[in-house]
Design a protein around this ligand. Structure first.
Ligand code: NDP
Length: 264
């Protein structure tokens, strides 16, 4: 299938590992030039170099903390200099949390709000002007199934991802007249290194192995009783950002192995 992504320029936040890295590699496979952003400079630069080597496309590895406005502006300047702009923006950087409403601090609420919501507002302000100049573009935001079906231990994550879901709809409505399509992805269980780390800690407490712990999580939540791989999830981003997905505007896509209860 010709996806029309060859030569497109893409910025993916949280692109150095997990879902974001798989998305970056999937776009590079289609011939797109990819800029990946994350805080850890060494890792993001190494992964960008590896993508360039594996797929023969131009890449950028940008050290950026997307929760900071000045860091987004610095990333914009690098992308302007090296790419001249972008066609596709993937707002993917994010992290799970662990708290209750009663024990959480204002500081933590604001920090995660900045990471999940304000980063998306700010990258839009930074990069939508390039898309307008190019006659259009695509933005995909990574929310989570938890935006609509919360997990009990992470109210800050659930709430900020729900806000991101609504933000995606508002952006879609605002930008479509400039031929910029905005959609949201809501993954379920995706087996990233972070899950292995969490499982290692929790499994030890329960006297089991990380693998058995993860199998238990998958059985508990996913109707197909397994985690998705980052690579499986990445294909949806590629499709939605491509010409094949051009009638999708302001929608939210669950890719969750059937975890979502009911229909929405
Ligand atoms: P990972 O923890 O594997 O990767 C997170 C990425 O984001 C890394 O590249 C990390 O690099 C980067 N990142 C984190 N904080 C910042 C920051 N402040 N500024 C810039 N980059 C940052 O996450 P996943 O791949 O698991 O998740 C990716 C997205 O998908 C997240 O938004 C997550 O909420 C969402 N999601 C994940 C699910 C899952 O099961 N894995 C399910 C549903 C949604 P660095 O640390 O160097 O900054």
């Amino acid at each position: 299938m010709e996806l029309g992504l060859k030569g497109k320029q893409i910025f993916i936040t949280g692109g150095s590992v997990g879902i974001g890295l798989a998305v970056a590699r999937a776009f590079a496979r289609e011939g797109a030039e990819v800029a990946i952003g994350a805080r850890n400079k060494e890792r993001v630069e190494a992964e960008a170099a590896k993508i360039a080597e594996d797929f023969g496309v131009k890449t950028l590895g940008i050290s950026v903390d997307v929760s900071k406005p000045e860091a987004i502006e610095a990333a914009r300047q690098i992308i302007e200099k090296e790419f001249g702009g972008i066609d596709i923006l993937i707002n993917n950087a994010g992290t799970g949390t662990e708290e209750t409403v009663m024990n959480s601090t204002d500081e933590k609420w604001y920090a995660v709000w900045d990471l999940h919501v304000m980063s998306t507002v700010r990258t839009a302000r930074a990069f939508v002007p390039y898309m307008k100049k190019r006659g259009g573009g695509v933005i995909l935001n990574t929310a989570s199934i938890c935006a609509t079906q919360p997990l009990w231990y992470e109210p800050i994550y659930n709430t900020t991802k729900a806000a991101l879901l609504m933000l995606g709809k508002c952006m879609a409505n605002e930008f479509i007249s400039d031929n910029i399509r905005v959609n949201t992805m809501s993954p379920g269980l995706v087996l990233t290194p972070d899950w292995w780390k969490t499982a290692g800690v929790l499994a030890e407490k329960e006297g089991t192995s990380a693998k058995d712990y993860l199998d238990g999580v998958a059985k508990q939540y996913a109707k197909n009783e397994r985690f998705g791989s980052p690579e499986e999830i990445a294909e949806y981003y590629v499709f939605l950002a491509s010409d094949c997905g051009k009638y999708s505007v302001g929608s939210n896509y669950y890719v969750d192995g059937g975890w979502l209860e009911g229909v929405r």
